[in-house]
Design a protein around this ligand. Structure first.
Ligand code: ATP
Length: 319
């Protein structure tokens, strides 16, 4: 193999840049040429390719977002689109491709693998919903961002003796909410994976107030409920002064944490090594800290559920 491509696809995640840097530097270290494909599969279909020399990835390890840009591309979900993408890679002499993204991006990568391009996926999504691995790039940073915000809201909640509902991201998964709720000392954490009743949330709040509690923080995963609706319900059923904060896209940005930078560097470098070894149709990941290649089929079958132990702990600590 002489030339590989790299792209970022789907939602951006802090740490993608560190990963792209690792791909470029590792490939060049081994004497390969690297081509950056901008805006994910959209750029692949448009032929938006750039050579990536060593210096093209200088000064990006600490930056959030992705220097290659990212996009969602409906055309690539069709067979004609995938054929065209394959042809673009063939024409450019690109034999291997590293795809940073989430589940959807891996489905696209699987198609290119089936067409004969060596493809390796690198799990990158703040939602942390890609299973069969320890963690996804961007999750650690997103949780840190959420906690910084929760800590600040806690200050004002304490001063004003209010109830605060904080909605965090995660799409249909509750990983960010659970981690941020635990680390932020939330009274209740609502996640889509665990059934809940708002009347129980209210009862808990009222028990807390009866004990003399002055403020409360409730963390809601966007996949579980709308923060605004939870806030309205609480106010209507308790009369407590309740405020709602939707953290939104701040959770997607910011400098990646050290954990995410190290993970992205390891996985980016490993993805290149896998390509060189002839591995294809697989995700570069860590399991129990060790680098492993997990076939896409296995990734698609697996689902990351929040650990039962963490759910119980959040419940116990917020008694
Ligand atoms: P995130 O979870 O962070 O949003 P993602 O990779 O799951 O990331 P998607 O929007 O689902 O984000 O997918 C990104 C792109 O991958 C899509 O816009 C599309 O071009 C391609 N893609 C998704 N699903 C498929 C599929 N089944 N077949 C081919 N390509 C796909």
């Amino acid at each position: 193999i002489r030339k590989i491509g790299v792209l970022t696809s789907g939602g951006d995640a802090p740490g993608m840049n560190a990963g792209v840097r690792a791909v470029v530097r590792t490939a060049i270290y081994h004497g390969l040429e690297v081509v950056g494909i901008r805006r994910g599969y959209a750029g692949l279909l448009d032929g938006d390719f750039r050579p990536m020399p060593l210096e093209s990835v200088g000064d990006i390890i600490q930056r959030g977002g992705t220097c290659l840009y990212t996009a969602r591309c409906l055309e690539f979900m069709t067979e004609e689109g995938q054929q065209r993408g394959y042809q673009r890679l063939q024409d450019a002499g690109i034999e291997g491709l590293v795809v940073f993204g989430g589940d959807g991006s891996f489905h696209g990568a699987q198609k290119l693998h089936e067409l004969g391009i060596r493809t390796i996926g690198v799990p990158s999504t703040i939602d942390n919903d890609i299973g069969a691995c320890d963690a996804n790039i961007g999750f650690d940073t997103a949780v840190q961002t959420a906690i910084q915000a929760i800590d600040k809201i806690r200050d004002t909640a304490t001063s004003h003796e209010r109830t605060y509902v904080i909605e965090v991201m995660g799409r249909s998964a509750g990983h960010i909410a659970l981690a941020a709720g635990l680390a932020g000392g939330a009274e209740s954490v609502l996640i889509p994976e665990v059934p809940y009743k708002l009347e129980d949330v209210v009862a808990k709040l009222q028990r807390g107030v009866a004990r003399g509690k002055k403020h409360s923080i409730i963390v809601v995963a966007e996949g579980a409920a709308h923060g605004v609706e939870v806030g309205r319900y609480i106010e209507e059923h308790t009369g407590f002064d309740t405020r709602v904060t939707v953290l939104g896209h701040v959770q997607r940005g910011g400098a990646p944490s050290a954990v995410d930078r190290v993970l992205a560097s390891r996985l980016g470098a490993y993805a290149v090594e896998l390509c060189m070894q002839g591995v294809s149709g697989a995700m570069a990941a860590t399991q129990n800290g060790e680098l492993v290649a997990v076939p896409f089929d296995e990734v698609f079958r697996s689902e990351r559920k929040p650990a039962q132990e963490l759910c119980e702990l959040a419940e116990i600590l917020s008694i």
